[in-house]
Design a protein around this ligand. Sequence first.
Ligand code: URA
Length: 435
Amino acid sequence: MRISEIIIKKRDGGVLTNEEIQFFVNGYTNGRIPDYQASALLMAIYFQGLNEEETYQLTRAMRDSGDVADLSSIEGIKVDKHSTGGVGDKTTLIVGPLAAACGVPVAKMSGRGLGFTGGTVDKMESIPGFKTTLEEKEFFELVNKNGLSVIGQTGSIAPADKKIYAPRDVTGTVENLSLITASIMSKKLASGSDAIVLDVKCGDGAFMETAEKAEQLGSMMAEIGNADGKKTVAVITDMNQPLGRAVGNSLEVIEAIETLKGNGPSDITELSVKLAGIMIYVGGRAATPEEGTEKAQQALESGAALVKLRAFIAGQGGDTGVIDDYSLFKDHVYEVHVTSPVSGFVEKLKAKQVGLASQHAGAGRASKEDEIDMSAGIYLSKKAGDAVAAGELLATVYGNDEEKVNTAAKELQEAYIIGENTPEKQPLIHKVIGL
Ligand code: URA
């Protein structure tokens, strides 16, 4: 088999066989196929597409390029949750304890990635002492004991994805639904859970800007997961403004704790309870998704989920004192207030612009070598629909580098569109696929 023939076949609209897909994935992962040929094939795929079977075979080949975790020593139906990423998305920190409190084991491997803030494991590391690297045995024991553990994804999970993502990132071939599906689902399927709940975000702060595109991606990922024998549900959710009020690593952990104490913003509380309800249902702990939602709501109101969060933090060596005393988080040196120049209503709060301001304040990585400033970020005092008077506080930027904080504050000011009208309220959940 020759890679040049595979490239030509796809360039001319042909359908690749399983063997051809495996030849590409294995050959490129172990260095036999050079970057220029991989890039040419990716561009051919970008224009000609992959059908459902090719997408499934690509996902499987990428999944099998490394270790496939065996979670069978963890009792019960293990349920994973994945978000395609947004601004202020701290739902995993809330949904994990809610699901665990209702008897659903959550054994999560999470990537660090690039973005507006760190990933879930970065956020957890803002808790003094919290370890995200554990021996496999310890990881399994913690899930059996506490119902929840989250560790950093190792390089042995779907190494083909890392390899293939690099040329995609620099050749304009990221935005292809089959390639995105294979990238995300290969890692999810290799992480070993029995069921997967995907939170596919749509809006200006999300990877998929329109609900239609997000639905297409959600359907494709759900089909691939289900074809692989994992119950997979995709929930299409809004990301036209940040979720909750906090954007940044320790700021988001604090907001997640507040939510589990019952004091969270309504959007983050509603979404977390709904996602946890679906996890509880697919995890076999509720007869219907509605019953799952009720159970999640009870776990929130009774404080059972907060107890789980405490056990989760303690299990991974973190200081549980942070739950009651937020001053134990590393503090920031600088804070800058952003105020409204005029009176009116927040007509729009541009999620992407908020996310970039947060990254520029130091909360996220632009490249994988960047260090994250755990205490940097943004607190949004006003969100879309809120009334505001001239000179009133809109938001605060925190960080440890004065210049970065000032730059971020200027960017944040531009994220607010203040006008005379209240915006139409967007639904938080657009659609649930695969239930
Ligand atoms: N996230 C991933 O993990 N992979 C993609 O291709 C896009 C987003």
